[in-house]
Design a protein around this ligand. Structure first.
Ligand code: DAH
Length: 340
């Protein structure tokens, strides 16, 4: 039996020296020292030995067991450390390495323009209000004095959702919402999206943006309208900008006008931007029609007001010389990132 032990030990030592992984070490431990391991079995067989032999064999077997255990533990420790080192090396962070550049986006030209327009009016004490893009026909047309036969009500111009609900064709319904929810003095602008059934081309889009304005107070006159809008034009297009007002018609204002600004590109001499006229049409405006004020229950003997509305795309395209409205929606990064 002693010889078998010596042989087992020799073989074990050989095997232990060729272990190449933690798993192999564990397998060998089970093979030798496990419940049914070779050495365990040998120890079990000790019973059959004579008592004097049993003692010395027992001692030798225990020494062998301790030796195997120690060696295997050392090997295991070695592989555990190696694994840890590997993991650490893989997770190592080089804090001196230059960071992956994170490209910062830029604001969209329409947002830039809305912010510019809004901040002009904010500086004149206007607050900013928003309304829903899905509106009632009442707020979009009737309350704005656009009777049932008004051409804008035609199905071809407007996206109707039901007979009474539509995608707003203008930001003017925010006037109605404001008049219904606030009391004068009112001084508000409303930027937002509008929708019309237009086939897209260089100057048309079925979705576009407007900024609406409304002022209602005692003693408001056309002079206030002209003063505020002239100041806006100077802030927006440069301090030497001149304005002129041409008579026009809108159902919700009386009298109504369109405001032109002197061309900020050529100063009024005539160029491509102003199509040779020296003037550029910028917005619609007028004194709020008493019928509109009455919707909000406002005393039209006491209060008057003015309103205006402008297309954001138009302002942006003129100011930044963009010649196709579709560029604003295609989101080609080469176009979009030119404007901060
Ligand atoms: N809603 C008009 C449009 O879409 C723009 C406009 C003109 C708004 C005159 C107004 C205004 O408030 O007074 O063309």
């Amino acid at each position: 039996m002693k010889e078998r032990l010596t042989q087992l030990m020799q073989e074990a030592e050989k095997k232990m020296s060729c272990i190449s992984s933690l798993q192999e070490a564990e397998e060998l431990r089970i093979k030798l020292l496990g419940k049914k391991g070779e050495l365990t079995e040998m120890l079990k067989g000790m019973k059959s030995l004579a008592p004097e032999e049993r003692k010395s064999f027992g001692q030798a077997a225990n020494e062998a067991r301790a030796k195997i255990e120690n060696t295997l533990n050392e090997r295991m420790e070695y592989f555990r450390n190696a694994q840890k080192e590997l993991a650490l090396a893989a997770e190592k962070v080089d804090v001196t390495e230059p960071a992956v550049p994170c490209e910062l986006g830029s604001r969209h030209l329409l947002s830039v323009t809305i912010d510019e327009i809004t901040s002009c009016f904010r500086s004149m004490g206007f607050s900013v209000s928003e309304g829903p893009e899905v509106e009632t026909v009442f707020n979009n047309f009737d309350a704005l004095n656009a009777g049932p036969n008004h051409p804008a009500r035609d199905m071809t111009d407007t996206f109707y959702i039901t007979d009474d609900v539509l995608l707003r064709t203008q930001t003017s319904p925010v006037q109605v919402r404001t008049l219904l929810s606030q009391k004068p003095p009112i001084k508000v602008i409303a930027p937002g999206r509008c929708f019309r059934c237009d086939t897209p081309d260089a100057t048309h889009s079925p979705m576009f943006h407007q900024v609406e304005g409304l002022v209602v107070d005692e003693g408001i006159t056309m002079a206030d309208l002209k003063g505020v809008l002239d100041q806006f034009a100077k802030q927006m297009f440069g301090s030497s900008t001149r304005t002129k007002f041409r008579p026009h018609h809108f159902p919700f204002t009386e009298p109504s006008a369109e405001m032109d600004v002197s061309c900020f590109k050529c100063g009024g001499k005539g160029c491509k931007v102003c199509k040779g006229s020296g003037w550029i049409e910028i917005l619609g405006c007028g004194m709020v029609h008493p019928n509109v004020l009455k919707v909000g229950g406002i005393d039209t003997e006491k209060y008057t007001g003015f309103a205006f509305g402008m297309g954001v795309e138009r302002v942006a395209m003129l100011k930044y010389e963009v010649d196709d409205i579709r560029l604003l929606y295609e989101n080609d990064i080469r176009f979009v990132k030119q404007f901060k």
